[in-house]
Design a protein around this ligand. Sequence first.
Ligand code: ATP
Length: 237
Amino acid sequence: MAMLEVHGLEVAYGRVKAVKGIDFSVEEGQVVTLLGTNGAGKTTTLRTLSGLLQPSAGEIWFDGKRIDGMAAHKVVQGGLAQSPEGRRIFPRLSVEDNLMLGAFARRDRAGVQADLARVFDLFEVLKERRKQSAGTFSGGEQQMLAMGRALMSRPRLLMLDEPSMGLSPLMMQRIMSTIAELQSEGVTILLVEQNAQAALSLADKGYVLEVGSIAFSDTGQNLLSDDRVRKAYLGED
Ligand code: ATP
């Protein structure tokens, strides 16, 4: 069984079905990406995996346990964490307090301190400015903070929703290389990203979502050279 398995997942907002029965899986250690145009259902899917939205049908299995219908904090405790779209950091809190919120459910203080040190190693700027309020940060720095906060729950599977949104090319590269580094440390990653080129270059596997359904899927490398992907997501004719 894969680390994450999604079977026949449906999610609706009232009468509008945003996700219409999708199947996908993420193997332990992989980077898997979900591609799709605006409104395809990517964010809805991640929020449902996190326990923030309830599916109207289907099953979600993580680590051999069924997690659909589980409360969001239980999902995080089980090892599945999300860095949300738009970052959602707390601007009035310090960088360090924002990070510690990611560890709210943990009792292993030594482990939490070790993870804080690890986040500070990954993102030097967070360490330098740990006492500053997060609202003074640039978009890229806030993105690092959001990723850092998600890492503070010590997830085995980290979901990232558009981590490069609004970032400079340099900052984007930085985030992408951090994702590769996390993978090499054994973190499994499910990535939603507008920059299809960057996402597919990293991804072991990609799924293309179109209006709530999976249109096709393949390895990241194959999708990079797939005509349908090149036309729709890589801006080529
Ligand atoms: P984006 O890249 O724009 O975030 P997405 O692929 O993540 O796109 P979703 O945000 O999951 O797409 O949206 C899927 C569908 O659900 C869209 O048609 C959207 O309008 C609708 N939708 C999303 N959130 C809500 C909501 N809170 N209430 C009603 N409809 C919603």
